[in-house]
Design a protein around this ligand. Structure first.
Ligand code: HDE
Length: 683
């Protein structure tokens, strides 16, 4: 892959350049272009007299302000976006005729929007929720949207249940409480009555639902799609995104504190990484299943509550996406981008997954309300780089001035243009729907092949490491602890008994109820790829490290360690009792205004001086509780003692031997030290 910065100059960016407006050196005007001398005072009769109606500038300014808001997305309202490029490693022409997947020399512009699902536009980033991972590829053959999530499965199997599910997780209708939370009665009532939710609920209770960063989470297309090659042959496909920085999560207690410390935590993280040139990268991986193998799995490929275990169908890495440019304007780009699962290009097609079929309708429909009419595709961020010609006309906010004297097909007056493939005889790049024989009776019925709701929930549970299982149990206890109606909790526990007896018993104990008498037999199978414990943890690039320093800090001892950390791409902040300087160091943050939850690791660089500082002591204790690596430079014992940590796992002591910087780097790369027993250690 070439220099991602150079890719900033691509077809999509050049197209957007025509719409970018820079006010530098300009003069203030009305929307009509009339220059204005004063925008601070209304036009009035006398200095203390009434404001008059002819003040067109006041009228326009107030009107524009009154109409600034558009409806937020009904789900995924809170999001962050970025531009980038995608490049395939080698041609996939055996499977698809999509040219962006067949030509390794092509750098396809993309725009990605990450999001939470349940919260409003202004809600906190770090909530327990699914994360959206939606990618628009501006290909030469038209826009392709891969509108995915960071979980590979979904809560319901049929689009007709989507509104019910979303209503249950959103704030309750009578009092609009709680915001961006699943921990309330209606969601859990829905869950206990709709067991198809349970596999995805297991993901939601796991640490996958609290990612450390949008740059450190996987993405999934969820549904089984179809690739179609030039000869019309189809292959089933599942899409995966894998982040180059590994898949890492926060811990629950940290999440709660982050919501107050920095509600924009994930948004800021993405923005700052791109601004600093640390461009997030994701590898696209495909699971390919020949059509003949459709029925060889123990589940239905059309069921979106199922994964294909990677051990059964390995992931084939096929390309890389790099996010290399922040939007210039949040509203114009991130808010107005309109994704739609039906936006496919030749070579990519749907399956009969009933959730996908419903989505294909919903995404187009929702934009009409949100973006105010049928011309939302003409908003600059949504425009394809491929030429657009058809007979669609008029509507609110039409931007094009069609000069043709006809707007119908076929026509003879305009020479038959714009001409379809069939009319022109030119079939280059024409979208051809996959030919599939379908016959059957019109029925309103779920396929029996969608009937197993538990096996893969059990597979997920079995695949978790010890600490992951504990986090899942804790999450159930937190969530159900917020449910007011006891019968709902009891029913959820009954459902869990169908997943695993130990899980159900642990949750039951926490809720003060007897373990369910009848529990299903665990099939014992696991899929190691599902565990985050097994994910690569080999880099500290972009990790944030707080250096707890003071006037007594030995800059000579700190220097090489800081250099080693920064050499590996980490970001070090000097955190000290006051702003200005700490000895010879420049302070980045004053300790009372900083918080350990904003950092991935802590380096202790002062001792006695900080041992009596409650903020510094709290900083170290909290970092320990959250599993973070703690490095202790010589002379910092007093601070460590004051923190009274209940163990030393992941605490790297410089006086314990050589190679301190390297040992500390390895401890940070491990991400979190979950082996610490912090149950009896409130920070
Ligand atoms: Fe969505 N979803 N969804 N969804 N979804 C929307 O479209 C919908 C589903 C996903 O950053 C809406 O433009 C239905 C699965 C993402 O702009 C809406 C069903 C997956 C985003 C909608 C689903 C997703 C959305 C709201 C069940 C993962 C944010 C605003 C049939 C594969 C896109 C909008 C962005 C957004 C409908 C289920 C992912 C209402 C009906 C499964 C990432 O159209």
């Amino acid at each position: 892959m070439g220099d991602p910065v150079a890719d900033d100059n691509n077809d999509k960016q050049r197209q957007l350049d025509r719409h970018r407006v820079d006010s530098a050196g300009t003069r203030y005007t009305t929307d009509q272009g009339v220059r204005i001398d004063d925008t601070d005072n209304s036009l009035s009769i006398g200095e203390r007299g009434p404001t008059i109606l002819e003040d067109f500038h006041l009228r326009e300014k107030v009107m524009r302000f009154d109409h600034e808001r558009i409806p937020e997305r009904v789900v995924h309202a809170r999001g962050s976006g970025a531009h980038g490029v995608f490049q395939v490693y080698e041609s996939l022409a055996d499977y698809t005729c999509a040219d962006f997947l067949c030509d390794p020399s092509l750098r396809t512009p993309v725009f990605v929007r990450f999001s939470t699902v349940a919260g409003s536009r202004g809600s906190a980033d770090t909530v327990r929720d699914v994360r959206g991972f939606a990618t628009k590829f501006f290909t030469r053959q038209g826009n392709y949207d891969l509108v995915g999530n960071n979980f590979p499965v979904f809560f319901v199997q049929d689009a007709i249940k989507f509104a019910d599910f979303v209503h249950s997780v959103k704030p309750e209708p009578h009092n609009e409480i709680p915001q961006a939370q699943s921990a309330h009665d209606t969601l859990w009532d829905f869950v206990q009555l709709q067991p198809e939710t349970l596999h995805t609920i297991m993901w939601l209770m796991s640490d996958r639902a609290i990612p450390r960063s949008y740059r450190m989470m996987q993405g999934f297309g969820v549904h089984t799609f179809r690739l179609v090659n030039a000869s019309g042959k189809g292959t089933f496909v599942k899409f995966h995104w894998r982040p180059a920085l590994g898949t890492h999560s926060l811990v629950w207690d940290e999440v709660l504190r982050l919501q107050g410390n920095d509600p924009d935590y994930n948004r800021r993280d993405l923005w700052e990484a791109i601004e600093s040139g640390a461009f997030p990268e994701y590898e696209l991986g495909l699971q390919l299943v020949p059509e003949e193998d459709e029925h060889k799995f123990g589940f239905d490929l059309l069921d979106p509550t199922k994964i294909i275990p990677e051990e059964e169908v390995p992931l084939r890495p096929v390309g890389k996406m790099t996010l290399n440019r922040n939007p210039d304007n949040f509203f114009a780009e991130t808010e107005q981008i309109a994704f739609c699962t039906a936006n496919v290009v030749p070579g990519i097609d749907f399956t009969n997954d009933p959730l996908l079929q419903g989505r294909n309708f919903s995404y187009l429909d929702t934009q009409l309300l949100r973006l105010g009419g049928p011309n939302f595709q003409q908003i600059p961020i949504n425009r394809p780089v491929a030429p657009v010609h058809n007979d669609n006309r008029d509507g609110f906010h039409q931007h094009m001035i069609h000069t043709s004297h006809t707007s119908y097909s076929k026509n003879s007056i305009s020479g038959g243009c714009p001409a379809t493939g069939a009319l022109s005889g030119d079939m280059t790049g024409v979208f051809k729907h996959y030919t599939e024989r379908v016959d059957g009776e019109k029925i309103r019925k779920r396929s029996p092949s969608f009937g197993d709701h538990y096996s893969q929930a059990t597979l997920f549970w079995n695949s978790m490491s010890g600490w992951e299982k504990q986090h899942i149990v804790n999450a159930f206890l937190f969530e159900l602890g917020h449910v007011e109606r006891r019968p709902i909790k009891e029913q959820v526990v009954e459902r869990l008994a169908n997943i695993d007896g130990e899980l159900a018993a642990k949750v039951a104990t926490g809720l003060g109820m007897p373990a369910p008498a009848a529990t299903a037999v665990n099939h014992g199978k696991s899929s190691p790829a599902l565990s985050q414990a097994g994910q690569p943890s080999d880099t500290i690039a972009t990790r944030k490290i707080a250096v707890l320093a003071g006037d007594s800090t030995d800059a000579g001892a700190l220097g090489p360690v800081k250099q080693a950390l920064e050499g590996q791409g980490a970001i070090c902040d000097i955190v000290a009792p006051h702003e200005g300087s700490a000895g010879s160091l420049t302070v980045d943050k004053q300790v009372s205004a900083a918080s350990s939850v904003l950092y991935d690791a802590v380096l202790l660089a002062a001792g006695d001086e900080l041992a009596g500082n409650g903020y510094a002591v709290q900083f170290v204790r909290e970092a320990f509780r959250h599993g973070k690596a703690i490095g202790a430079l010589p002379g910092t014992d007093a601070l460590l003692q004051a923190a009274a940590l209940p163990g030393r796992q992941g605490v790297v002591d410089a006086s314990a031997g050589d190679g301190f910087a390297q040992r500390f780097i390895e401890a940070i790369a491990a991400h979190r030290h979950y082996d610490r027993d912090v149950t009896a250690f409130p920070a």
